[in-house]
Write a protein that binds this ligand. Sequence first.
Ligand SMILES: *[C@@H]1O[C@H](CO)[C@@H](O)[C@H](O)[C@H]1NC(C)=O
Ligand SMILES: *[C@@H]1O[C@H](CO)[C@@H](O)[C@H](O)[C@H]1NC(C)=O
Ligand SMILES: *[C@@H]1O[C@H](CO)[C@@H](O)[C@H](O)[C@H]1NC(C)=O
Ligand SMILES: *[C@@H]1O[C@H](CO)[C@@H](O)[C@H](O)[C@H]1NC(C)=O
Ligand SMILES: *[C@@H]1O[C@H](CO)[C@@H](O)[C@H](O)[C@H]1NC(C)=O
Length: 504
Amino acid sequence: MKLNNILLFLSFVLITINQISITQAVQCVDYNNPNYYRFINPLMNNRAYCYIKPTNASEISDAILYAQSINRGVSIRSGGHSATQFSMLNKTVNIDLSSLKGIEIDVEAQTVVVQAGVQVIELYNATTKLLLATTAGSCPTVGMGVVLGGGSNYFGGKYGYMADNILEFTVVLEDGSIVKANPKNKYSDLYWALAGSGGGGFGVVVDYKIKVYPIPQYFYKNTIRFDIVNLDKALALLDSYVRSATEQTRENIYVNMYSQLTLKSANMTPSASITFFYNGPLEEGDFEFRKLLADFLCPPSNPTCTPLGRVTTMDIQTLKKTFWEVISSMSYDNNPLRQFTKGRFVKKLSKNDVPNAINDFYKYAVTNIINSTSLIKPETLLNINQAIFYHGGKQNQDRTGSIDSPFNSFLHRGDEAMWSYTIVAQYNNTENDPLFSGLRKLVNSKLSSIGDKLNNNYPDDEFEDWQTGLYVTKSNYKKLQEIKGKYDPNNYFNYPQSIELPKK
Ligand SMILES: *[C@@H]1O[C@H](CO)[C@@H](O)[C@H](O)[C@H]1NC(C)=O
Ligand SMILES: *[C@@H]1O[C@H](CO)[C@@H](O)[C@H](O)[C@H]1NC(C)=O
Ligand SMILES: *[C@@H]1O[C@H](CO)[C@@H](O)[C@H](O)[C@H]1NC(C)=O
Ligand SMILES: *[C@@H]1O[C@H](CO)[C@@H](O)[C@H](O)[C@H]1NC(C)=O
Ligand SMILES: *[C@@H]1O[C@H](CO)[C@@H](O)[C@H](O)[C@H]1NC(C)=O
């Protein structure tokens, strides 16, 4: 151990849990070790006071009580994907859940108990071998904490959000007690709040019991590539394809749009594409994809027209993929990159404001960053990615029939939340901060034209009315505040944009 890795404390006496006195040891380690920060955004400079890596619920409980004994708050890191660094807060005791890697599958009951440090790719690795899966996040390395804010991907249309598939949470509360919250026990209010409100303001979730579904061996997946100048037409076609689809089809499909500017060793490659995935028989997938594709191609009657989009193949045998192939082929870079991320739920892609804003951000990025003479090189890694994600099917159905009595606290439902938009701007050269802060300013000033409903899994630390942005209705937020008051009366789990205590 390096000299500057001071062991801040060794052990302390803990007297709780059924009046039994026990001595526990949890290590809170100071880290000047730069490797510890490799997972996060170096643009943010947050440094916790020390960190603890618990291996089970009782060690989480010890960690909380230890932090309280030295008068410090905690911050909680599951996958550590928060570009706003909400998972690593200054001066706190950081509870790093990455050692909690348990995955217990009950094949017969079709349930899995997943611990909080498991990443999406690890969950799918374990379940897809048994041809079981459920909705989770779409980024392979995101941690299970994503469930708290919804959790959406290829399966969302058919199974709803990941938060909709939670059967039970194990949670460590502010007093160190370990409880199980499900819809039927005395913690049903806590269950309701945890499923969808994000952030971890009620306690530390240790594990999630989730429902899994049998999946077929192969899925249909295809990609339409198009020129970014046709973005507005492509978005309008995507929107009208989904809106004219039957509810049944909306549950089976998944679509997204990516437009990406990547600079690698001074070569800029712009790309724009639509990905289509079908959760059902391959031939049905092929049939549906052709409907979407038709509008991107020229009519046979017009041999001189230039098609709007192109595909590499239509051969089903080439296209068919196991779910594991789909998920593990997604590129992800775990290098720490300076970055900002913004996200909004979107109603209609065809509304002019949406493509206009995306185009403005794109043009600004090309002119004022990529092609700018002030871009300081070497900037060998630079990505500006704008994406549209699909949230249709079961995800946006209000399954209780009333927005006033939803079955969990995730209220981005209905037509208002058919899509979401995200921009991820990443680079690694400190000297280019000014160029990127210019883009960030533009995005902040125009993002409201895309939407004003926030996605808890893409936190926006610069959004003022985050209470309404995140929780949609005043009554939903008020109910969350009451539950907060019951389970965390001293607001111990206090982070940027965490649920506030109710007004006295
Ligand atoms: C945390 O502390 C660092 C270093 O002092 C500072 O740069 C950063 O802004 C602080 N973060 C927050 C969220 O206040
Ligand atoms: C938690 O983990 C620690 C360290 O491995 C172990 O000593 C302790 O018995 C565990 N506690 C429980 C309740 O499993
Ligand atoms: C998937 O699981 C196997 C063990 O069953 C393991 O060897 C492999 O490394 C895992 N792959 C990933 C990407 O997690
Ligand atoms: C940016 O530079 C590339 C390559 O040098 C060029 O093809 C492109 O037209 C430029 N774009 C703008 C908007 O200046
Ligand atoms: C940016 O990343 C590249 C590739 O990892 C690396 O070679 C380069 O030194 C990095 N630049 C800075 C300023 O960190």
